[in-house]
Design a protein around this ligand. Structure first.
Ligand code: OAD
Length: 232
């Protein structure tokens, strides 16, 4: 077996569940009481900007009430102590990985604490509420929107992620249902490239069969155990 040097880790909503942030596909398939297509598509933003902005304002405000959990902290420790390449790719828009201390981190689906100008395309850090029509700090257009990658839009930094996967010896997927592409396809790419694959999830995910090793249980327990193994 090739010794593991370079690691790509993908996280989803399950990694933040124990911090008190709702997953997307909870009971009933609703996200905090809303259908995903009513709050997470460009069409929804055009149709009802007040609703979409308010929805993300509430999610952003919630960040002040939550803390990183043992899984976030373990991944930050791995980032600090792992001598090889490591890239943590999160689908989560919360800031719990960075608050735990992770540095080699990509938010592929955007960030609650960032605003995106629909006019000039610049992104800027943002705190507090973001009413529709807020002015862009770069071009002054009244066009700031939540910096969330909606369905049908291109996730961030795909070329960086693809390059990291090409160099990786291990791909690890944590707390994601594997329902949303392109993230759900990373395990297929990893297998095609002959990279070892590991999943940690509470329930079997849609792609569980694709992984070499699949571990069941809460991220707050499975992830620290795995990080201890890796840092041995
Ligand atoms: P989902 O809500 O689809 O899936 C969360 C997964 O985490 C499920 O498989 C759960 O079984 C698992 N889970 C729940 N609690 C857990 C725990 N304590 N420990 C470990 N696993 C746990 O969320 P994602 O897969 O992240 O996109 O969803 C992917 C994307 O769909 C999101 O990034 C979002 C959404 O639409 C955008 O916002 C663009």
């Amino acid at each position: 077996m090739t010794p593991i040097r370079n690691i790509v880790i993908l996280t989803g909503a399950g990694v933040s569940a124990e911090s008190g942030i709702a997953t997307f596909r909870g009971p009933g398939g609703l996200w905090e009481g809303h259908r995903v297509e009513d709050v997470c598509t460009p069409q929804a933003l055009r149709r009802d900007p007040e609703l979409v902005h308010r929805f993300y304002d509430e999610r952003r405000a919630k960040l002040a009430e939550v803390e990183p959990n043992a899984a976030h902290r373990a991944l930050a420790r791995l980032d600090a102590e792992w001598a090889g390449e490591l890239l943590l790719v999160t689908q989560n828009v919360d800031d719990l990985h960075e608050r735990a201390g992770s540095k080699r981190l990509i938010h592929m689906h955007g960030e609650l604490k960032s605003a995106l100008c629909a006019e000039c395309g610049k992104r800027a850090p943002h705190e507090g509420s973001l009413p529709p029509g807020s002015a862009c700090p770069t071009c002054a257009s009244p066009a700031l929107r939540p910096d969330i990658v909606f369905f049908g839009e291109m996730p961030y930094a795909m070329h960086v992620i693809e390059r990291a996967l090409e160099q990786a010896d291990l791909f690890v997927s944590i707390g994601t249902s594997g329902a949303v592409y392109p993230a759900a396809g990373f395990v297929h790419s990893a297998r095609r490239m002959g990279i070892a694959t590991l999943e940690m999830n509470l329930d079997p995910s849609e792609g569980s069969m694709m992984f070499d090793d699949s571990r069941r249980g809460p991220a707050g327990e499975r992830v620290p155990e795995w990080v201890d193994e890796m840092l041995g």
